[in-house]
Design a protein around this ligand. Sequence first.
Ligand code: ASP
Length: 441
Amino acid sequence: MKKIALHWKILIGMILGIIFGFIMNSIDGGKGFVTDWVKPFGTIFINLLKLIAVPLILASLIKGISDLKDISKIKSMGFRTISIYIFTTVIAVIIGLGIVNVVKPGEGMPTDTIEKIKEKYSTSSGVSDKLAKASMQKDAGPLQALVDIFPSNIFKSFADASMLQIIFFALFVGICLLLISEEKAKPLTSFFDSLNEVVMKMVDLIMLFAPYAVFALLANVIIAFDDTEILLKLLAYALCVVAGLITMIIFYLVLVSVYTKKSPIWFLKQISPAQLLAFSTSSSAATLPVTMERVEEHLGVDKEVSGFVLPVGATVNMDGTSLYQGIAAVFIMQVLWPEGLTFTNQLVIIGTSVMASIGSAAVPSAGIVMLVIVLETIGFPSELLPIGIALIFAVDRPLDMCRTTVNVTGDATVSMIVAKSLGKLHDPKPKNWDDNYDKVK
Ligand code: ASP
């Protein structure tokens, strides 16, 4: 019998999870059942992905860099990656601002709706938590983000999964491996090569569980929605974000087909399991091992490129997030502070959204925290901030799911482009979890 492709299985799991969530929402005690008996399976899955993310980055980057055999290639790869990331992020904010300025979803919102949202969310713990996190980020000095890249204790970086610190360490080790004799480097490169293979196999095995995990994750998302009336009021805003995100995906497909000459449909098919997981988990960081596996084994990007471009992208390149920040900032201003909507402020939004998406952590709802900083930079009245954040809070989770999907797709696209430009894009050789199973069973 023909095997069902993984992305179909995941999609079926997602749909069933949504249906199950709605059913449980309407049954007495259903929500409690999902929280106690279903959600933990989603949490286990995310934990497993996070578990292998650090060894995976370490192994694939150290192995990749030491395979490059040429230090100047690292410089050109780094420069290309960062430039393309900034380019796609700027495009994303411009698309977002274009849409929100044309559609104007915030104009004419009835005052009773605003009052209702204000009453329900502006003093909620969710909103105050986001505001508190934003003020902690803002209080740091201007060069703190740079300082944070250089760890003083790598085991602490592993424990905190500080992606940029781990990348720095791996690059450092990889470069030094290139600078010592081949004979001395061999044991360590072989070790990381083997570790990389093992972790990739772990991804294959964990993914067998993915269709069930997304069922649990989505059922849990559905039971959290309780005010469909407010959701409908925010529909115009949400649709603007979704339209922007779809435009961004089309933009990536054009880039892939023009630059790498690969079929966009083929690209989507290969990367779709990572996209579906990004949607289900709302976290580019948790999705990273799967993105790396798909990009290396199914898109044909060499390890030395994917090992660098993808972990950096998971933290630095968040096109979906910056597009959303642009739209959300202007939407909030259209509702609460229309006099602030000047051309200069919109230019500042482009700059700060790009910076904010670089500074956003790759975890659920990081984007809304950084949005607070975007708003503060343009001088949004501080007394209106809790109301502004409350305004978009109700639809944040579904939009987070969509923007995380775009963030992951953007990283995969850029890794294809960088690989192609360095002659590191090859015919993919997908591996299955049971390739060697017959020998050991
Ligand atoms: N959840 C997003 C990510 O992990 C970040 C955000 O936009 O909140 O990519």
